[in-house]
Write a protein that binds this ligand. Sequence first.
Ligand code: SAH
Ligand code: SF4
Ligand code: F3S
Length: 456
Amino acid sequence: MSQPGFHCLTFGCQMNVNDSRWVARALVRRGFAECPLEKADVVFLNTCSVREKPELKVHSALGRIRQINPRAVVGVGGCVAQQLGEDLMKRHAQVRLVAGSDGIVHVPDAFVRLLEEEGLRLSYLDFTAGYPDRDPCLDEEAGDDVTPVAFVNIMQGCDNFCAYCIVPFTRGPRKSRPSSAILDECRAWLARGAGDITLLGQNVNVFGCDDGGDGTTFPELLRKVAALPGLERLRFVTPHPRDFSEETVAAFAELPQLCPRLHLPLQSGSDSVLARMGRGYDMARYLDLVSGLRRARPDMALSTDLIVGFPGETEKEFEDTLRAVDAAGFMASFSFCYSDRPGTRASSMPFKIPREEQLKRLERLQSLQNDRAEAWLAGRVGMESSVLLEGRSRREAGESDDAAETWQGHDPWGDTVNLVLPAGTGRPGLFVPVRFTAAGKHSLMAEVTGSGAGLA
Ligand code: SAH
Ligand code: SF4
Ligand code: F3S
């Protein structure tokens, strides 16, 4: 076979996106080239099962793959693969590989074997005892290939068993990655020009507190990563409010690299619902944490996740969530209708909220959230910040005139920023000082301030 082609389709959280990017790099190292779905010899479908819809999406994606490219070898990875396992192969004849969360590490070599051995089927569904580490496959792509924004896994799995959540079942028990491997991967990304690194895990605050830990706690890890030469911006996701230590709050005051933007999932603004969810904190603790964070970084912007229509949620409990959006001052939030997940405690709780009522509540919450998000962006107009350029703006790519180009990037507060630059002066990985000139629904427009020092 000449150079085999691969195509990745990814659903789910940032950890899945990161896993797919790794699979792509590892396949390139094995001589594959990325290509459109219809030309691919192997297709990797990385799946999420956190809510009902994503799971249905997997079956329809497999149907679509079969229609567009029936000869491709298909591998399914991620949380739905972990959950449904070999049933996926029975239901979809084209699927010859299933790899659960800890099995992802085997996917690149498995595809090589599957192309060589017709009729072979492979499954990797066991959880491993330790963190399933992997060669980040970064070295040979250095040089001009700059990756301004990088994500680094620091742990796998979750032991919390929040009543609604399937993640502990699909990602397995919590396992921390050794800090030396994390720091090595961060260094490799910095060598590729990364200016913004996000540390990833399902509950990062308890990093290091399991057998995989090497004595480094989460705030210590933050200090070690922040001290790496060349790192400008550091972020992490997802923290758990219950496990957020004073020392981690203090890190926001100590470490200038730590960005003043934090995603801190609240889930519900009602103490009784939080207790039924088994989250281990109440609103008083959450708001106390928010005040501490704002004392450490007065310019802190907070975003969150919220679930509406949890079993038994009353109108009053739902209104507590509406009130919490203002009490905590979220600048953005993501909200979801509660969905039964197999095996979770909430799935067998009584008093399920009818779908229609869930949707009504979701609409009310989202309308409030949209107002707050727009107000946040509008309030930033006139302010100064810095943008890390990631690429040409999708809107403008290929259609700009000769003299100017529109670039896109993010600022330390995580807002998407569009910026017009003289042609040929921008490049991915460049930090540009800016002032915001206008706000859209989801992004900001900016102009370069000062001399634009640093522009080519
Ligand atoms: N580890 C993270 C998030 C994991 S899942 C945390 O602890 O916050 C991402 C989000 O999906 C959650 O924050 C929650 O808001 C939502 N979610 C998880 N299970 C859900 C369910 N059964 N129904 C609806 N939303 C759910
Ligand atoms: Fe799920 Fe809770 Fe773990 Fe987050 S902390 S992944 S919501 S069980
Ligand atoms: Fe989804 Fe698994 Fe992430 S269920 S949200 S892909 S951990």
